[in-house]
Design a protein around this ligand. Structure first.
Ligand code: BF8
Ligand code: SF4
Length: 625
C-alpha cells in the first residue's frame, strides 16, 4: 500500500487508488504530478494577465522586471490577484444563495411543485429580521415578501446588508469605522472586479481592505442567505445518525450519488429515491432498494437534514466512481472535477449535469428548474434503476464508519438548555479551553485528510471543542470523531462536558456555506458576554484548502475577528507587504490575523497558544481537571 499511503490516509482511498491504477484511470494525484513543477510566479502571486499589454510577471529575485507593462509592482499585482480570488469565492457562494431565494420566490407563487416550506417558525424568525410583517399572514405570503427583501440585499440600494445585524455591535462599529461594512452582495464583488481592472485601485492596502468587505458580503450576506433559506425550505438540521466513506455504497442496491453544493437538486433526488414506486421498480430490476449517498457539500446538506450517508470528500470523488458500483452521479455545481465524466466512461455509471450554469465533458445535461425538478428527479432515478442491470463487478472494499451530523446553532443552543450560557460557563470554568472551526477542502498538495484529522485530534486532546464543515467535516467523520464514544479522544474537561450532553467532541455544522452557522454561534457567545468576537478564545483552520471559496471564507473569518490558520500558502508570497499585513498588521485593524502552517501538529500548537492568550486577556486561566 506504500505508494498510495503518500496520497491519502484513508483506507478506502488507498484501496481504490490501487483499483484505479489497475483500471488505468488517471486521478487527481497523477494529474497533479504531471503539472510539477508548477509556475513559481503564479505560486507567489506575481503574474498578471488582467490586460493584453501583458501578461506580465515580476521577478522575485529582483534581477528581472519589477513592474508590469502598466507599471504595477509586486504589491499591487499580488493584492489584485488575491482580491479576484475573494471575488470569485464570494460570487460562488452568493450565486448559490440567490438560486435558493429564487426557489423560495417560486414556492411563494406556487410554481415549484415538490418544494415547500418545511420550517415555518424559522421563516417567520428570518422574515422578522428583514422587517417583513408576519402576523396573520400565510407562510406563502411571508415567503414571497422575504424573497423580495433578500433580493434587495444582492443589489445596490442599501448601506448595509440586513443580516449584519447579527454581528456584535462592537464589530459592526469597527466595520463602519474602517469603511468595510458590506453594502450589497453583488455590489462588493462587482466593485472588486472594477478595482482590479488596469488603472483603477493601485494601492495594495486599499485593495485588501475592499477584499475584506467583499468577503463580508459573502459571510454575512450570500452564504448566510443560502443557509437560512435552505433551512426554511428543507428544514433546520437536528442530530441524526449516519455513515460515511465508500463503504456506504451497497452491493445489492441501486447506488445514486449526488455531488455539488446546492440542495435544490439533491433534495428532489432524495424525495424521488424515497418514493415507493421507485423502490418497487428497483426490486423488479433485482436490486434490494435504492441507496442515495452524497459526496462533498451537497452530501453535507443532505447529511445534516436527513442523515443521508456520505461516500467521500473532494479527493474521493473520482475514486467513488472507480468502485464500479455507482449507477448514476448527479451533479449541480462547484468543486466538480471536469475529469469525472472521463473516469465514469470506464464504468457503466451515468453522469448527469443539472445546472444551466455548469456543464461538464462526458456528462448528459438535464437541466433542473424549480418547476420541473420533481418530475425530472423521478425520471433520473428511474434511469438509474434501469442502469443497475448493466453493473459489472463492484468493488466496495471497506465497511462504513458511524457518525452523527446535524448540529445547527438551533440544535446546539437547544442541547445547552436554550441559551449559550452553559458553553460560556464551561469555557470560563476552564473545562473547555476554547472552540475552533476546522473547515475547507482536500488538496493533492497535502496527504488527503491528514491535515484535518491530525489537527482535530490534537485540538480535542487539548480540551478544545471542534466544530467543522465542508470536506474537513467529512474527513473527521471518516476518522470516527463524530460518535458519542469519540469523547475517548478528548481531554478530560471536554470529555466530561460532551459526555454529559451526549454529544461528540467534534460537531458537524454542515456544508461550506454553513460556515455562517459558526459566525452566528460566535456572535451569540460574544453578545452574551457583551464582547466582540475577537475577544473570545476561538480560531479557525483550513488545513487542506484549495478553492477560491475558501479564500473568501478565510477572509470573512478574519474580518469577523477570528484568527485563521491556513495549511497551503495562498499565492501572496511575492509581496512581503501583503504577507505582513495579513499575518501581523491586521491584528491592529480587525483584531485577528491569518497564519500559514502546513504541518497540522505545529498548527495545533499555534492555535492553542492563541486560545491561551485570549483566555489570559479575558482573565481566564485553564483549570486542570
Ligand atoms: O464548498 S470544502 S472541496 S466541496 S470548496 Fe469544495 Fe472545498 Fe470541499 Fe464544499 Ni467547500
Ligand atoms: Fe501587465 Fe498591468 Fe496588464 Fe497586468 S494590468 S497584464 S501588470 S500591463
Amino acid at each position: 500500500m506504500g505508494k498510495y499511503e503518500k496520497n491519502t490516509i484513508t483506507q478506502d482511498g488507498q484501496l481504490l487508488l490501487k483499483k484505479a491504477e489497475k483500471d488505468q484511470i488517471e486521478t487527481v494525484w497523477e494529474r497533479y504530478k504531471a503539472q510539477l513543477p508548477q509556475c513559481g510566479y503564479c505560486e507567489m502571486g506575481l503574474s498578471c494577465r488582467n490586460c493584453v499589454m501583458g501578461p506580465c510577471r515580476i521577478d522575485p529575485f529582483g534581477e528581472g522586471p519589477q513592474q508590469g507593462v502598466c507599471g504595477a509592482d509586486g504589491d499591487i499585482i499580488v493584492a489584485r490577484n488575491l482580491g479576484r480570488m475573494i471575488a470569485a469565492g464570494a460570487a460562488s457562494h452568493s450565486d448559490h444563495g440567490r438560486d435558493l431565494v429564487e426557489v423560495l420566490a417560486q414556492v411563494a407563487e406556487g410554481s415549484a411543485p415538490g418544494y415547500e416550506i418545511r420550517d415555518v417558525e424559522k421563516l417567520k424568525r428570518v422574515a422578522a429580521e428583514y422587517g417583513v410583517e408576519t402576523e396573520e399572514k400565510e407562510p406563502a405570503e411571508i415567503a414571497g415578501e422575504l424573497a423580495n427583501a433578500m433580493q434587495e440585499d444582492f443589489g445596490t440600494r442599501k448601506k448595509e446588508l440586513t443580516l449584519v445585524s447579527r454581528a456584535p455591535e462592537k464589530r459592526r462599529e469597527l466595520w463602519k469605522k474602517l469603511g468595510i461594512m458590506p453594502r450589497g452582495i453583488d455590489r462588493e464583488t462587482s466593485e472588486m472586479m472594477h478595482r482590479t481592472h488596469m488603472g483603477v485601485d493601485n494601492d495594495w492596502q486599499s485593495l485588501l481592505l475592499h477584499g475584506l468587505r467583499n468577503s463580508l458580503s459573502d459571510g454575512w450576506g450570500g452564504s448566510m442567505i443560502a443557509t437560512e433559506v435552505s433551512d426554511i425550505l428543507f428544514g433546520t438540521p437536528a442530530p441524526k445518525p449516519t455513515t460515511v466513506n465508500v463503504g456506504v455504497l451497497k452491493e445489492d442496491e441501486v447506488n445514486i450519488i449526488v455531488h455539488g453544493h446546492n440542495p435544490v437538486v439533491s433534495e428532489m433526488v432524495l424525495l424521488a429515491c424515497q418514493s415507493s414506486e421507485m423502490v418497487e421498480l428497483a426490486k423488479e430490476k433485482g436490486a434490494k432498494g435504492i441507496n442515495l449517498a452524497g459526496v462533498c457539500c451537497t452530501g453535507n446538506e443532505l447529511l445534516m437534514r436527513h442523515g443521508v450517508p456520505i461516500a467521500g470528500n473532494h479527493l474521493t470523488t473520482e475514486l467513488v466512481l472507480a468502485t464500479g458500483a455507482v449507477e448514476m452521479m448527479i451533479v449541480d455545481y462547484q468543486c466538480i472535477m471536469p475529469a469525472l465524466g472521463i473516469v465514469a466512461a470506464c464504468y457503466h455509471t451515468k453522469m448527469i449535469s443539472t445546472s444551466d450554469k455548469a456543464r461538464f465533458p462526458g456528462m448528459e445535461h438535464r437541466e433542473f428548474h424549480p418547476d420541473n425538478a420533481k418530475e425530472l428527479a423521478t425520471e433520473l432515478v428511474k434511469e438509474a434503476v434501469g442502469n443497475f442491470e448493466k453493473r459489472g463487478n463492484a468493488y466496495i472494499p471497506v465497511e462504513p464508519v458511524n457518525a452523527v451530523g446535524g448540529f445547527s446553532v438551533e440544535t446546539i443552543v437547544g442541547a445547552l438548555g436554550g441559551t449559550p450560557q452553559p458553553l460560556i460557563d464551561a469555557i470560563a470554568g476552564g473545562k473547555i479551553r476554547g472552540a475552533v472551526g476546522v473547515v475547507g477542502c482536500n488538496n493533492p498538495r497535502i496527504k488527503q485528510d491528514y491535515g484535518h484529522v491530525t489537527l482535530t485530534k490534537r485540538l480535542i486532546e487539548n480540551d478544545i471543542l471542534v466544530v467543522d464543515t465542508g470536506c474537513a467535516a467529512i474527513a473527521n467523520a471518516k476518522a470516527g470523531f463524530k460518535v458519542a464514544e469519540a469523547i475517548e479522544f478528548a481531554g478530560p474537561g471536554l470529555k466530561e462536558i460532551c459526555g454529559s450532553l451526549g454529544i461528540p467532541p467534534v460537531l458537524h455544522m454542515g456544508s461550506c456555506v454553513d460556515n455562517v452557522r459558526i459566525l452566528v454561534l460566535a456572535s451569540a457567545l460574544a453578545n452574551a458576554l457583551n464582547a466582540d468576537i475577537s475577544d473570545l478564545p476561538l480560531a479557525a483552520a483550513a488545513p487542506e484548502w484549495y478553492s477560491e471559496k475558501a479564500v473568501s471564507i478565510g477572509a470573512y473569518a478574519v474580518a469577523s475577528g477570528v484568527y485563521t490558520v491556513l495549511g497551503p500558502m495562498p499565492p501572496i508570497a511575492g509581496s512581503m507587504n501583503v504577507v505582513k499585513l495579513l499575518t501581523e498588521g491586521l491584528e491592529d485593524v480587525v483584531g485577528a490575523t491569518f497564519a500559514v502552517e502546513s504541518d497540522p501538529e505545529k498548527a495545533a500548537v499555534l492555535i492553542r497558544k492563541h486560545i491561551e492568550d485570549k483566555r489570559e486577556k479575558l482573565g481566564l486561566t485553564f483549570v486542570k481537571v
